[in-house]
Design a protein around this ligand. Structure first.
Ligand code: GH3
Ligand code: MG
Ligand code: MG
Ligand code: MG
Ligand code: MG
Length: 321
């Protein structure tokens, strides 16, 4: 709850700041075939703190927006090339990636139906020629402010999504994410008839590490193990912290034999790691999904968990399949 309050305070602060700010850095794509008008407008925009890429042809502007992210497209309608400003706007809007990028059209067209057509084709706003500099500045500023706000909200959303699926202590995926993605991975392996393995890793006698060295040393050990596990799997695999000192790896395209080799490598690496200068070991349980006998994620997890229990009974620091 307090995170959400912090976030709304943050957002409020941001909205306030962005409306108060008089100069902001923004990337502007500007299309205007009259060099004299372009010179004048560029001067204003640069004074506002904007970076301007100016083109006289829509065709050249199209190439530019494919290679750079802009905060605003400012375009004249009648241009010297084949392509008009309206066609440029339509092309720009046909790419969903550009949905949040505002377009401001400039034109001498007096007739209202043409202006309406421009707005319909995807322009967010319109300035009539002859351009009044104060009006242009105000409209550019408004559109850029909104664009920057959307960027910030998107960035915050990505951050919150990341927060919701990661374990704070180790940076591994958390149990929630594992439960969401694990079943999908298992389903995928069934559909494509590719092997998949699930490995449960449970640290040995971890309670005694806490008892003898303190909880913060225990945390340090968990972080080091987390990092090791994260670096032990491929990008398409999942390494998650399932509970206190219990981890789960889901390895796609990995059969039982390969999982056993992987677990053995990790077992030895953990033995050699000596996090916080301590001897730490782990017990492993493996469940592999044979394409011939389809199984659910829960079924595999239960098997791997039972296998870990057997490793514990067998004296720990070992692997059971
Ligand atoms: P075993 O070899 O049988 O697995 O023994 P164990 O001591 O590892 O297992 P047990 O389940 O008895 O204890 C797990 C301990 O992990 C108990 C708990 O205090 C500790 N633990 C759980 N989460 C955290 C954490 O976030 N930080 C720290 N430092 N310790 C944790
Ligand atoms: Mg023109
Ligand atoms: Mg236990
Ligand atoms: Mg344990
Ligand atoms: Mg445990």
């Amino acid at each position: 709850k307090s995170d959400i309050n912090d976030f709304s305070t943050y957002l409020h602060q941001f909205v306030w700041n962005s409306t108060q700010r008089s100069t902001l850095i923004a990337e502007i794509l500007y299309v205007e075939d009259s060099i004299s008008i372009a010179k004048m407008v560029c001067t204003f925009l640069k004074k506002m703190g904007m970076n301007v890429d100016h083109f006289t042809k829509a065709e050249d502007a199209c190439l530019a927006f494919e290679h750079k992210d802009y905060d605003l497209v400012l375009t004249d309608i009648f241009l010297e090339g084949e392509m008009t400003g309206s066609q440029l706007i339509q092309k720009f809007r046909s790419n969903p990636d550009n949905a949040y990028i505002p377009v401001l059209a400039i034109s001498g067209v007096e007739d209202a139906s043409r202006r309406i057509e421009l707005l319909r084709s995807g322009a967010n706003d319109y300035v009539a020629k002859p351009v009044l500099d104060q009006e242009l500045v105000a409209r550019v500023q408004n559109l850029v402010n909104t664009k920057k706000l959307v960027d910030k909200v998107n960035e915050q959303q990505r951050y919150l999504q990341e927060l919701a699926m990661k374990d704070q202590l180790t940076g591994l995926y958390n149990r929630h994410f594992l439960m969401e993605v694990g079943p999908k991975k298992v389903q995928e392996s069934r559909r494509h008839k590719t092997p998949l393995s699930l490995i449960v890793v449970d640290l040995d006698k971890f309670k005694s590490i806490n008892d003898e060295h303190g909880h913060s040393v225990g945390d340090e050990v968990l972080q080091a193990i987390g990092k090791l596990l994260m670096n032990s799997v491929r990008k398409e695999d999942v390494a998650a912290r399932f509970g206190g000192e219990e981890f789960v790896l889901i390895l796609s395209h990995c059969n039982e034999e390969e999982a056993q080799q992987k677990a053995e490598t990790i077992r030895l690496n953990i033995m050699n790691l000596k996090p916080a200068g301590l001897n730490v070991t782990a017990s492993f349980g493996i469940a592999s999904n044979s394409p011939l006998e389809p199984e659910t994620m829960n079924g595999m997890f239960t098997r791997a968990d039972e296998a870990v229990y057997k490793s514990k009974e067998a004296g720990r620091n070992c692997i059971t399949v």
